[in-house]
Design a protein around this ligand. Structure first.
Ligand code: HPA
Ligand code: ZN
Length: 324
């Protein structure tokens, strides 16, 4: 790995903890928990990671998550990711989790949350990594189910900084969750939403105008509308972009065609993130390295992207200054 990228202090703001489940841990937990996987070998799992769209990935991602049963499984998953952060000079993380993926299978909200939180607390203490947790609603499920999840989260509000929106985008616009997000904001949660990954720029506008998001996750289709790009620049609404994910899920044809540096040059507050690193072939440093290799990103651009990751974080202004 490039030394410059390796040593650059970074924050990661778009990371689904369920998307850090490496095939080795998937097999280990399947064996422990008596879960039958549709693969015989680790190689078979890796061979299946050939996606044609967001949905083709999500089908595997939800199947993989079925091995997570006990609190210790969620702990082990999160702890493995934090060790990776330590290796990659990631000093601060804002992690997504999808409670409905687990509560739908009969796993208690509390089991999921406690396992993740215990690992985050250990990460702070032993690795010096600061962290926040963001709870995502699955947008292919109903508004009513999202409300139920929001209600359930309130007992654990002190561990959750905000809410997000993920899963199948097209056909499930932000407007579907306008009332849920309103209540979340009233409860004091920060709000983010995946928008403009596969959905067109109207999904980004809705996330801004109807959900009043603090950040947009992905947002790469903003460049379809010059007015929207101007608005993002003017308001400095951050985008958490995930280059390797976008190419793997065919949201972008290939890395040389990725618009992240073009958006950066126009003044958009873009950041680099890994999304679901176990499935997309790279953690955060591999995403930065891809920009260097395929888009000729300069040291100055890579540094700005890393600084943006702190600027766009939910750290206090005081804490941010430490990194800027
Ligand atoms: N998009 C939507 N839902 C997701 C993603 C993503 O990139 N990763 C995990 N769930
Ligand atoms: Zn994502």
């Amino acid at each position: 790995m490039n030394n410059f990228i390796q040593n650059l202090p970074k924050a990661e703001l778009h990371l689904h903890i369920e998307g850090t489940l490496e095939p080795e841990l998937m097999f280990k937990l399947a064996h422990k928990n008596d879960v039958i996987l549709p693969y015989k070998t680790i190689q078979e799992v890796r061979d299946a990671y050939n996606f044609s769209s967001l949905q083709s990935f999500l089908d595997l991602y939800y199947a993989g998550a079925s091995v997570l049963i006990e609190e210790s499984d969620f702990f082990e998953l999160t702890w493995a990711y934090l060790q990776k952060c330590k290796e990659q000079t990631i000093l601060h993380v804002e992690i997504f989790f999808d409670p409905q993926t687990h509560t739908k299978r009969g796993i208690a909200f509390e089991t999921v949350l406690k396992g993740i939180v215990k690992a985050l607390q250990k990460g702070k203490k032993e690795l010096g990594i600061s962290s926040f947790l963001i709870m995502c609603f699955l947008r292919h499920l109903s508004e009513e189910e999202a409300f139920k999840t929001l209600q359930e989260s309130l007992a654990f509000k002190h561990h959750i900084i905000g809410v997000g929106l993920d899963s199948s985008e097209v056909g499930h616009p932000p407007s579907k969750f306008e009332r849920v997000f309103k209540m979340a904001r009233q409860e004091g949660y920060k709000v983010v939403a995946h928008a403009g990954e596969e959905g067109d720029n109207s999904y980004i506008w809705e996330a801004i105008k109807l959900l009043h998001v603090n950040r947009i996750d992905h947002g790469i289709r903003c460049d379809e509308d010059a007015t929207l790009v101007d608005f993002l620049v003017q308001k400095q609404i951050p985008l958490t972009v995930c280059p390797l994910s976008n190419v793997k899920l065919k949201a972008v044809l290939n890395m040389p065609k990725h618009n992240i540096l073009s958006l950066l040059k126009q003044g958009v507050l873009v950041t680099v993130n890994s999304d679901d690193p176990a499935y997309f072939g790279g953690y955060l440093n591999e995403n930065y390295a891809a920009l260097k290799e395929h888009l000729n990103a300069s040291k100055k651009e890579l540094t700005t992207l890393a600084k943006n990751s702190f600027q766009a974080s939910f750290l206090s202004e005081n804490e941010k200054q430490h990194y800027l």
